[in-house]
Design a binder for this molecule. Structure first.
Ligand code: GTP
Ligand code: MG
Length: 138
């Protein structure tokens, strides 16, 4: 089984969607094997999204990720990385397919409710950024 890193972003926790989004992930065949609620510092958000630091939206991204609590999660399942990306839908909710989490819940490209790792290397890095091995219980 594969593991991926997932976040339920502040725009979603603010609207009390933690359960609804977790249910959609579970129904897609993913299992939550680690979970924690965190209010990110700017430093944590900047570190996590360092790959985007030259992008014009970086400041907005850090603002939105530090605006409230985030649920950081490790998900496990068959092809978990691709499966999660599929159930999340496109980055911009306007482009997301019907029935995806972003189509159903996201407000805009900036407030798009969820994050999911995009490849095995980034999944490993991102899991390690937020969790120690003993916190992940499969
Ligand atoms: P993640 O799962 O969050 O990584 O989404 P992604 O892989 O579909 O998108 P990408 O890695 O390209 O961008 C990371 C995050 O930056 C997105 O989820 C958005 O929240 C945010 N983002 C991307 N493009 C824009 C933009 O044009 N404006 C704003 N405000 N935010 C953006
Ligand atoms: Mg990405």
């Amino acid at each position: 089984l594969e593991r991926t890193f997932s976040m339920i972003k502040p725009d979603a926790t603010r609207r009390n969607l933690t359960g609804a989004i977790t249910k959609a992930l579970e129904e897609a065949g993913l299992r939550v094997v680690a979970s924690r609620r965190v209010w990110m510092s700017r430093r944590e958000a900047e570190g996590f999204y360092a790959v985007h630091k030259e992008r014009p939206f970086f400041g907005e991204l850090v603002d939105s990720m530090t605006a409230g609590p985030t649920i950081v999660q490790v998900l496990e399942g068959e092809n978990a990385i691709a499966r999660n990306r599929e159930v999340m839908g496109a980055t911009n909710p306007a482009d997301a397919a019907e029935g995806t989490i972003r189509k159903t819940f996201a407000l805009s490209i900036g407030e798009n409710s969820v994050h999911g790792s995009d490849a095995p290397e980034t999944a490993a890095q991102e899991i390690k950024y937020w969790f120690s091995d003993t916190e992940i219980v499969g």
